[in-house]
Design a protein around this ligand. Structure first.
Ligand SMILES: Cc1cc2nc3c(=O)[nH]c(=O)nc-3n(C[C@H](O)[C@H](O)[C@H](O)COP(=O)(O)O)c2cc1C
Length: 387
């Protein structure tokens, strides 16, 4: 490692964990589990990113309770058997030199839907799969043809705080080294943060402090069981929309509170409060604007939180090019680069990025089984196919 090593391929130490580089597989729901239990498909899927040189590999949103799944096919960590199923995956990721990470989630009022490839609609009496009662801060459905969520009582909130902590304990048994609390995309914890979906007037609603209470209690409970030497992340939707709802100023305040509770990295996403595109409206029916999309469109959120709070941040969202990723780090706009769809397209993205940035001229980052042949491949290419 020299000072010329691109930042993307410099290690990052978080507590006692050293990430080999700054490339992160962003959490990706795959809707392919049965009873919340990961299987061979998840093994092949998740380990491919570790084999492809990704430094930190996140599981999909993993539900802390059965009702916290988005679909019947989502993974969970509400039983020990689910932790046992994740264990070989976490072990292989570690053996491949990457760091295994889990995202802990509850889908709240956006739960109980069909898989996206069968339409993604809320399950109902006519569906092939059985629907379940969704929960939220208030009795506000996502949209017209969505079920009304059951507003959580304070004792039900306390139970869910415990559920997050219990799933964090199971994550440890499974062998994960990083845990992330999912508080983005309109799911349960985000729906408590946003004034668009939280209309409570008890201690978990009202002003910003009240709306943040549930998430901060979860952060404290998870931190209390997650070992001090292991990093804790929190994913937030930095804004609901450009003009309404949860704002970037709210996120700055939240990031400070999360940092004070031992959250090491804030993972900066956005949006999702109003559900899928067809439902994007507030409760007066007014369309909810989305932040304009494009390459790196959420980077400004990661940058602002990093600069104003000193907390480390992960940037995510249409980051596809190695030079783009390197520039984000070089300009001090984020500490980590989250990649979703581009890694699905090319699980070997990190190794190709290392080549593009000149960080791996000898294919040393490749697994030995492939590396020697990749050197030969380069030699053959350099000789115009003559060797
Ligand atoms: C198929 C798919 C599944 C996703 N599942 C999750 C998830 O489980 N948890 C989460 O926080 N975000 C999820 N996301 C959002 C991604 O983690 C990521 O933030 C988003 O795709 C933007 O990054 P990209 O432009 O690199 O894909 C998902 C996105 C896709 C495309």
């Amino acid at each position: 490692m020299t000072t010329e090593t691109p930042l993307l391929f410099q290690p990052l130490t978080l507590r006692a964990i050293s990430l080999p580089n700054r490339v992160v597989l962003s959490p990706l729901c795959m809707y392919s589990a049965r009873d919340g239990v990961a299987n061979d498909w998840h093994f092949a899927h998740l380990t491919s990113f570790a084999r492809g040189g990704t430094g930190l590999v996140f599981t999909e949103a993993t539900a802390v309770r059965p009702e916290g799944r988005i679909t019947h096919g989502c993974c969970g960590l509400w039983t020990d058997a689910q932790a046992e199923a994740y264990a070989p995956i976490a072990k292989f990721i570690s053996k491949a030199g990457a760091v295994p990470a889990v995202q802990l989630a509850h889908a709240g009022r956006k739960a109980s839907v069909a898989e996206p490839w069968t339409g993604g609609k809320p399950l109902g009496p006519q569906s092939a799969q059985t629907p379940w009662q969704t929960v939220g801060p208030s009795a506000l459905p996502v949209g017209d043809d969505w079920p009304t969520p059951h507003p959580l009582s304070t004792s039900e909130i306390a139970d869910l705080v415990d559920a997050f902590a219990a799933s964090a304990r199971r994550s440890l048994i499974a062998g994960f080294k990083v845990a992330e609390i999912h508080a983005a995309h309109g799911y349960l914890l985000h729906s408590f943060l946003s004034p668009l979906t939280n209309q409570r007037n008890d201690a978990y609603g009202g002003d910003r402090a009240g709306r943040m209470r549930f998430l901060l209690e979860v952060a404290e409970a998870v931190r209390a069981v997650w070992p001090q030497e292991l990093p804790l992340f929190c994913r937030i939707s930095a804004i609901d929309g450009p003009q309404e709802g949860w704002s970037i100023e709210d996120s700055v305040a939240l990031a400070g509170e999360l940092g004070a509770r031992g959250v090491d990295v804030v993972d900066c996403s956005s949006g999702g409060i109003a559900g899928p595109p067809a439902y994007r409206a507030d409760y007066s029916g007014k369309p909810l604007q989305r932040a304009p999309r494009g390459p790196g469109f959420q980077v400004p959120f990661a940058e602002r939180l990093r600069q104003e709070t000193g907390v480390k941040t992960m940037a995510v969202g249409v980051i596809t090019d190695p030079h783009q990723a390197e520039e984000i780090l070089a300009q001090g706009r984020a500490d980590l680069i989250g990649i979703g769809r581009e890694l699905m397209y090319n699980p070997f993205w990190a190794l190709h990025a290392a080549e593009a940035l000149g960080a791996d001229p000898d294919c040393a980052l490749w697994e030995k089984q492939y590396g020697w042949a990749m050197v030969r491949r380069s030699e053959i290419a350099a000789s115009g196919g003559k060797r």
